[in-house]
Design a binder for this molecule. Structure first.
Ligand SMILES: NC(=O)c1ccc[n+]([C@@H]2O[C@H](COP(=O)([O-])OP(=O)(O)OC[C@H]3O[C@@H](n4cnc5c(N)ncnc54)[C@H](OP(=O)(O)O)[C@@H]3O)[C@@H](O)[C@H]2O)c1
Length: 270
């Protein structure tokens, strides 16, 4: 019975991962979410009858809640977990369309946004990994997957003039190094720490844009098209989840250990 734990399956890519992994009744799929009751209601409505899904409460900014989720996980799985997917993340709508110079006009708000990105996307995941590693060590698959982002690729940023979304991009770049450091420590134990970028996925962050944000979003789309002429716009979470799971399933230490790859399994982000 392969076991998976996904953070943040309340919506977006996380929910699509949960849906696809739990389709196979042999899999046991756990998720840590901030709002347990709301997620359970959504699962009951959209995925009725799936007895292999378990919802646990936890917030990445509250280490005690992650420790509690670990204790609950042990009650369900015993002493082993095969795959941990660190999907939950803070995608800042505040700084998504602006440059660092523009954001610097309000230093307090920029501080808050940088700290929030770092606390959730980096610090929270470090605690998550440390807490769950004892179970991963006893798993058969031994994979710790972060849903990373091509926005963390510094060459891409410079090449296509992608100045937007710096706090988020910085936190995702930091998370790449977190994976490299854990990989350096645990390679000898055969645990793979890997990042996968799901591509550019529509999870509702572009639903209520102001006319100015809409214009800026179009400009980002133009940059993406310049980079990948075949880019057809934002993909659906279900397609992204399928691609991510395919990359995770094929992953091995040599190609993926401590590395971020795209949904194509390489460094082509779109
Ligand atoms: N969408 C894209 O184009 C894209 C591209 C590259 C990478 N990614 C990465 O893919 C992952 C999922 O993205 P998404 O688009 O599905 O995002 P999303 O729709 O904004 O969902 C984010 C998820 O993270 C959870 N979360 C946020 N803060 C949390 C915290 N402090 N503790 C626990 N859970 C928390 C949210 O829970 P609540 O429901 O409680 O808010 C939600 O489940 C993220 O790591 C993101 O950086 C996305």
């Amino acid at each position: 019975m392969p076991s998976y734990l996904i953070t943040g399956a309340s919506r977006g890519i996380g929910f699509a991962l949960l849906e696809q992994l739990s389709e196979n009744a042999d899999n046991v799929v756990l998720t840590i979410v901030r709002n347990k009751a709301a997620t359970e209601s959504k699962i009951a409505a959209e995925l009725p009858g799936r007895k292999n899904i378990f919802v646990l409460q936890g917030d990445l900014t509250n280490v005690d809640s992650i420790q509690n989720a670990f204790n609950e996980t042990k009650k369900i799985l015993g002493d082993s977990l095969d795959v941990l997917i660190a999907n939950a993340g803070y995608i800042s709508d505040y700084s998504g369309f602006q440059s660092l110079t523009e954001l610097g006009q309000d230093t307090k708000a920029l501080d808050a946004d940088l700290n929030q990105c770092f606390q959730v996307n980096v610090v929270g995941n470090i605690h998550l990994f440390n807490i769950f590693l004892p179970l991963i060590k006893n798993g058969t698959t031994k994979k710790v997957v972060t849903i990373g982002s091509g926005m963390s690729d510094e060459k891409l940023a410079v090449d296509i003039g992608l100045f937007e979304g710096a706090p988020y991009s910085i936190s995702k770049a930091a998370m790449n190094m977190v994976n490299a450091k854990f990989q350096a420590e645990y390679k000898k134990e055969g645990i793979i720490f890997m990042g996968v970028c799901p591509g550019s996925v529509d999870t509702g962050h572009y639903d209520n844009l102001s006319p100015e944000e809409m214009e800026r979003n179009m400009a980002i789309g133009g940059k993406f098209m310049g980079y990948a002429p075949g880019f057809k716009g934002w993909s659906a979470p279900a397609d992204a989840a399928r691609d991510v799971l395919d990359v995770v399933q094929k992953a091995n230490m040599e190609a993926n250990g401590g590395q971020l790859v795209s949904h194509f399994g390489n460094k082509q982000w779109l």
